[in-house]
Structures are given as C-alpha cells and as structure tokens.
Design a protein around this ligand. Structure first.
Ligand code: CMC
Length: 436
C-alpha cells in the first residue's frame, strides 16, 4: 500500500498523486490541480473547519466516537481523581507532570503573581453596575497587555514564561473582581496561603471574616471542574487564540480574543443557557412538551450535542458524579430533577439517538456552579479561568511551530463581477431594489 492519493480531474482528464501523512493530505497540494495556466488551482472548501486540521498538536487527544479525552496522554478520569488544577496546567504547558521540586516552584510562582495593579481595579470600577462579568474579564485581560508592554517580545522564553504565569495567576483575581463589582461588594485581595481554587472562593465570597476557610468538598469540586475545562484541543476559543496569536500579538491580547470566543452561547456560554432553559421549563411535568419543541426545531436542548463527541462526553460523566458530592454539602439543586428527566427522555428518543446528541460538559456544570453560589452570568467566567492554561499551551506550541504562519483562510468569491461606480444621484432605483 502506498501512502498517497490519486486524484483524477475529470475536467482535464489529468491524474495527480498527493502524499498522505498522518491520515491527512495537504490542502496546498491541491493547488497544482488546474484547468489551465490562469486557474489559481483547486482549493478545499470547509466552512467551520468540519474536516480540516489546522495544526499538528501534541497536547490533547480526543476520540469523539469512543468518548476519550486525554491531556498529554493521561486519561481525564485519572487526572480528575488524582491530580490538581495547577499540576494539570503545568502538564499541559510543559508536556510532563512536574517533579516535586518543579511543582513547588510552579505553585510558588503562580501564587506570587496573583495580585493585579491597582489601576486595574479602577478600570473595572468604570464598568456599569450590571455589566456582564465575562465582558469585564475579556476587557480587563486585554487591558493587562498595556501594563506589560514587554509581553510583545515573543522571542525571549523568559518573557513568554512570565506572561503565562501572570495570566494563570491573575485570571481568578480579575474574575473575582468582575463578580464583586457586579454585586457592589469591595474587592477581596488574594490570600496566598490558600490553594488556587480556595483562594478564588475567598476572593469571591469573603465578607467580614478575618480569614476565609473554604469548604474542602467545594474547593476540591471547583478544582476538578477546572481540570475538566483546562483544554479541549481545537475548539472555537482555542482556534481564536491560535488565529489571533498567529499575528504575533502578545499572549495577553490573544487571550482576550479567546475569552470573547468563549463568551458565545454555543461555546462557553452554554452552561448559562442550560440553567436558563431549565428554569424556563419550570417542572418535570413540562419536559415532554419542551422536547416536542426541540424535535420541531423550535428550541435547542442546551448542554446537548458536540461537534466531536458522538457517543458521550467523558467530562459530563465525571461532572454528574461530582454533582452528587456537591449537593451533599449544599443541598439538592431543584433544577436537577428537570435535568435528569430531560436526559432520561432525550436518550430514549430517536431524534437524539439518530443525531448522536448526548449531554456535554455544560449540561450539569451549571447546576454545580449554581449550588456553589455563583449567579449564571459567572458560569462562562468559570470556564475561562482554567481554559487559559489550555489556550496558553496551544499558543506556546503554535509560536514555535516552524510550519505555522499568520492564519489567513481563503474564500470562494461569489459576489458581483466588476462594475462601474454609480454617482449617488443616479442610485435611486438601486436603493429601491435593495429594500425589496
Ligand atoms: N438540541 C437540539 N438539536 C440539536 C442540538 C441540540 N442541542 N445540537 C444539534 N442538534 C441537531 C441540529 O439541529 C442538527 O439537526 P438537523 O440535522 O435536523 O438539522 C443536528 O443535530 C446536527 O447538529 P449541528 O448543529 O450540525 O452540530 P454541530 O456539530 O454544528 O454543533 C453544537 C455542535 C455543540 C454547537 C450543537 O450541538 C449545539 O448547539 N449544542 C447546544 C449548545 C451547547 O451545549 N454547547 C456546548 C458545547 S460543549 C462545550 C464547549 O465545547 O464549548
């Protein structure tokens, strides 16, 4: 067997042999396929990148048909039960689990970069009282780049490392400040004696106590949620990070772009949409009617379906178990019964089976976040914090990849052909046409 593809162009009768490497052909190899010398060559048309690999990566492996997710080869189930978020972030960024000394140094570094410049507080103060915390976060992270102009120097590994540390360390602080601003409470400074997740809970929820002590079950649950959300290969926001980063802008600005991508309801905004949807359904009795609407394409079952997972989302299985542990402490979320009933019926219905639609990571995560005391507009923010480690790992891989260049897709132009400019006084008829 030869690792190549023979293509016959029926327009010209010519045959071409294109090499196959790692199960792919190079789209640029199609450019040689032309009808004549004027022809720019064949392109692959792939809106939404349904079947296009944009990079070679060694970070995260997903087998969507078998429900497998691994970071650097380690199964997500093992990491979720045995590791912690900062160790996972190190693994994603560096390719290996840290030794004890490396781990201590890494945790120490992150812990000592959690504070933000006082002017950033003033910046956050400028937002309207009901500003969405995700909007505040993406703006604040963009603003961070103005505090660290040297971040633009991508050729110095120490500078690059410092930006990575800064982002991972400051993300919870900025997220917590965004939350406190939205509820009109004073900002709480980081407590460097607490864990990454524990300190985040402190900055969110501390009121007047001298020292905030997080509930260990809830602290661990948040840490596990951070592990599950840390990376997911070439998803929409990671693609944004790589694409924007390919212009060689600093990583702080690129991360702001990635947060914007994550903000959308089809991506990181989905868990917020799930809780809203469950609230609108209102009771278990209304589930069948709601599912009728979904099947008629009048509504979407948020938290279901995935571009890659077509049997189950392994993160959803872990989260469902985690929910039980959290609800033991916080009390049962009343929306859980509606979610369980939705899942039960949906998994039996042909509409969902035939389309391979299963609960994804967002179906239950929102219920846990709600039980932890977060308002729903904080849910995407809680996704952005850990995903920063994934974005940065992917960005770091991209900037040293000799095959990567500035991202610049092609297009198929189907607009007007050349035509002469029409002066405004002669355009009346055209305007009428445009409105009809
Ligand atoms: N509810 C009802 N129908 C659905 C759903 C859903 N959640 N998802 C897909 N479908 C239908 C869709 O209407 C289409 O049906 P038809 O063939 O009759 O037109 C078919 O399933 C295929 O869907 P698609 O839109 O082509 O699938 P996609 O791969 O483009 O979309 C998705 C993936 C995640 C955007 C989509 O499933 C969706 O919108 N889900 C709800 C939002 C959600 O939960 N997003 C979180 C994703 S996981 C976290 C993350 O990675 O950010």
């Amino acid at each position: 067997m030869t690792d190549s593809l023979t293509i016959t162009d029926n327009r010209t009768g010519r045959a071409y042999e294109v090499p196959i490497t790692q199960g792919t052909i190079r789209a640029t190899d199609l450019r040689q396929i032309k009808t004549d010398e004027e022809d720019p060559g064949l392109m692959a048309y792939d809106p939404a990148f349904m079947n296009t690999a944009s990079c070679i990566s060694r970070i995260t492996y997903i087998d969507g048909d078998r429900g497998i997710l691994r970071y650097r080869g380690y199964p997500i189930e093992q990491l979720a039960t045995r590791s912690n978020f900062l160790e996972v972030a190190y693994l994603l960024l560096n390719g290996e689990l840290p030794t004890r000394a490396q781990q201590e140094a890494w945790v120490n570094e992150i812990t000592h970069h959690t504070f933000v410049h006082e002017n950033l507080k003033k910046f956050i103060d400028g937002f309207h009282y009901d500003a969405h915390p995700m909007g505040i976060l993406l703006s604040a992270v963009g603003a961070l780049s103005t505090f660290y102009p040297s971040a633009r120097n991508l050729n110095d590994p120490e500078v690059v490392h410092l930006q990575i540390v800064r982002l991972i360390a400051k993300m919870p602080t900025l997220a917590a400040f965004a939350y406190r601003h939205s509820i009109g409470m004073p900002y709480v400074h980081p407590d460097n004696g607490l864990s990454y997740a524990g300190n985040f809970l402190n900055m969110l929820f501390r009121v007047s106590e001298a020292k905030y002590t997080p509930n260990p079950v809830l602290e661990r649950a948040l840490d596990v949620l951070f592990i599950l959300h840390a990376d997911h290969e070439q998803n929409c926001s990671t693609n944004a990070m790589r694409s924007v980063g390919s212009s060689r802008v600093d990583p702080l600005s690129a991360t702001s772009a990635a947060i914007a991508a994550l903000y959308g309801p089809l991506h990181g905004g989905a868990n917020e949409a799930v809780v809203r949807m469950l609230g609108q359904i209102g009771s278990v009795a209304n589930v069948p009617d709601f599912l009728k609407k979904v099947k008629n394409h009048e509504a979407k079952l948020m938290g279901f379906g995935h571009r890659i997972y077509k049997s189950f989302d392994p993160r959803a299985s872990i989260i469902k178990k985690l929910a039980d542990e959290v609800f033991e402490v916080t009390g049962r979320n009343p929306l859980l019964d509606i979610a369980l009933e939705l899942e039960r019926i949906a998994l039996e219905e042909d509409y969902f089976i035939s389309r391979k639609l299963y609960p994804n990571v967002d179906f239950y995560s929102g219920l846990i976040y709600q039980a932890l005391g977060f308002p729903s507009n904080m849910f995407p923010v809680l996704f952005a914090i850990p995903r920063t480690s994934g974005w940065l790992s992917q960005w770091k891989e991209m900037v040293v990849d000799p095959e990567q260049k500035i991202a610049r897709p092609r297009q198929v132009y189907l607009g007007e052909g050349i035509r002469d400019y029409v002066p405004v006084e002669a355009r009346g008829q055209q305007k009428e046409l445009a409105r009809t």
